[in-house]
Design a binder for this molecule. Structure first.
Ligand code: CP3
Length: 356
C-alpha cells in the first residue's frame, strides 16, 4: 500500500510540524447538508444500509473531498457500529435519532455481550476503508474513528439518544462496578476495532467522546478518560514505521484539556466553548489542537464566517499544531456554499501564520 501522501498537512499539523497553511476538515463532512449525500442515502434505502454497503460508504466519504479542497477524508460510518455488532440491533428513526432494539440493564446483559471480530461482524467498515484508500490514491489522509467506551455505554444503557442520561447516571451511582465491566468490555472492542482500521488503511484515528462532558470531574476521569487512555496505550500507532496520530474529542471538555493532553494522545479536539488561544497556552507544547468554530456560524453570511475564521486563527497564533475544524458536527441546515467559503477562508488567511 502506498504511504506517500500528496497532501500531508493534516498529519504534519497533528504532529506539530510546520505546514504551509492550516489544514481543515469538518466533523460530519459527509452528511445531509450535501444534496449528493441525500441522493446516495435514498439509493441505499436507509442510513444503516448506507454504512454497511462499502461501495456506497466509499461514495459518500469521497463526496465532500470532490466538492471542496479539504485536507482529510473521514470514513463514513457511525460510532454505533460496535453496539450493533454486539447484537443490540441499531435503527435510525427519522427525526428521533438512533434506537436499539435491545438495551443494557443488568450485569447479565453485559456478560452476554460478545466481543465482535472487526474483520467479520464489522468487516464492512474495513472493506469501506480499503476501498476509500484505493480511490483517494494518496491525495489526502483517511481518518478512522470510534466512540469512547463511556459514550457508547450511554447509548447502550439508554437504548438510544437521550437528554437526561438518567439510566446511565443511575448505573454509575448505584452499580459502578457493573458499569466498569461494561466500559472495560467496550474498551477491548474499541482497541480491536481501531487496530483493524489502522491495518485496513486508516492513517489517523479519532475517538469521539460526545457525552463525557455530562460527567463531574472525578467521574469523567474514572469512567471516561481512564478508558480512552487505555485504548491509546494499546493502539498500534507505529504502523510499518509510519506514525498514526490519535485525536481525542470530548465535547464539553474545557476544564479537562490538560488531563486529556497527558494521556499521550497527539491532538485534543475542542468544542466552541473553549478559547483556542487559552487551550494552546495550556497544552500547546505537548499536543496539537483541533477546532473550534461554532457550527451555527455557517448559517451566517460570508463576512461573519471569514471574521470568525480569522479570529480563531489569530487566537491560536503563529504556532505549529493547529487543525481547523468545527467545535462539533455540521448540521443538515447548512448551505453547502458556506462550507466552501469557510474552507477557503482557513486556507487563505492562515498563510500569514506559517511564513517560516
Ligand atoms: O464525520 C463524518 O463525516 C463521518 C461520519 C460520522 C457519522 N456519525 C455519520 C452520521 C461520524 C464520525 C459519526 C459519529 C457519531 N455518531 C457520533 C459522535 C460524533 C458526534 O457527533 O458527537 C455520535 C454521537 C453518533 C451517533 C449518531 N449517529 C447520532 C446521534 C445520529 C443522529 C444524528 C442526527 O443528526 O440525526 C447518527 C446518525 C448519523 N451518523 C448521520 C450521519 C451522517 C445522519 C444520518 C442520516 O440521517 O443520513
Amino acid at each position: 500500500m502506498s504511504t506517500q501522501l500528496k497532501n500531508d498537512r493534516l498529519i504534519r499539523a497533528l504532529l506539530r510540524k510546520p505546514v504551509d497553511i492550516t489544514p481543515v476538515w469538518i466533523m460530519r463532512q459527509a452528511g445531509r447538508y450535501l444534496p449528493e449525500y441525500r441522493a446516495t442515502r435514498k439509493k441505499a434505502g436507509d442510513f444503516i444500509k448506507l454504512c454497511q454497503t462499502p461501495e456506497l460508504a466509499c461514495e459518500v466519504t469521497l463526496q465532500p473531498i470532490t466538492r471542496y479542497p479539504l485536507d482529510a477524508a473521514i470514513i463514513f460510518s457511525d460510532i454505533l457500529t460496535i453496539p450493533d455488532a454486539m447484537g443490540l440491533g441499531l435503527k435510525l428513526v427519522e427525526s428521533v435519532g438512533p434506537k436499539f432494539e435491545n438495551s443494557i440493564n443488568s450485569l447479565s446483559d453485559i456478560k452476554n455481550l460478545p466481543l465482535p471480530d472487526p474483520e467479520e461482524e464489522l468487516g464492512y467498515v474495513m472493506d469501506a476503508i480499503r476501498l476509500v484508500r484505493k480511490e483517494l490514491n494518496g491525495s489526502v489522509p483517511l481518518i478512522g474513528f470510534s466512540g469512547s467506551p463511556w459514550t457508547l455505554a450511554t447509548y447502550m444503557i439508554e437504548g438510544g439518544s437521550s437528554k437526561e442520561f438518567s439510566k446511565a447516571k443511575k448505573m454509575l451511582q448505584a452499580e459502578p462496578d457493573t458499569l466498569h465491566i461494561l466500559l472495560d468490555h467496550l474498551a477491548k472492542s474499541v482497541i480491536l476495532y481501531l487496530n483493524a482500521q489502522i491495518k485496513a488503511g486508516a492513517q489517523v484515528i479519532m475517538i469521539f467522546d460526545t457525552w463525557g462532558g455530562i460527567l463531574t470531574t472525578p467521574n469523567y476521569m474514572e469512567f471516561s478518560l481512564f478508558y480512552m487512555k487505555k485504548i491509546y496505550e494499546q493502539l498500534e500507532t507505529n504502523f510499518n514505521g509510519i506514525k498514526i496520530p490519535v485525536i481525542f474529542f470530548t465535547k464539553g471538555s474545557g476544564l479537562w484539556i490538560e488531563d486529556i493532553a497527558k494521556t499521550g494522545c497527539d491532538a485534543v479536539s475542542i468544542d466552541w466553548n473553549s478559547n483556542i488561544g487559552h487551550a494552546r497556552k495550556k497544552v500547546g507544547d505537548r499536543v496539537a489542537i483541533q477546532g473550534n468554530m461554532n457550527p451555527t456560524i455557517l448559517k451566517e453570511g460570508e463576512e461573519t464566517i471569514v471574521r470568525e475564521v480569522q479570529s480563531i486563527l489569530h487566537s491560536f497564533g503563529p504556532n505549529p499544531g493547529h487543525v481547523f475544524n468545527l467545535g462539533h458536527g455540521i448540521t443538515p441546515d447548512i448551505n453547502p456554499d458556506n462550507v466552501e467559503i469557510f474552507i477557503r477562508a482557513v486556507h487563505d488567511f492562515s498563510k500569514e501564520y506559517h511564513k517560516n
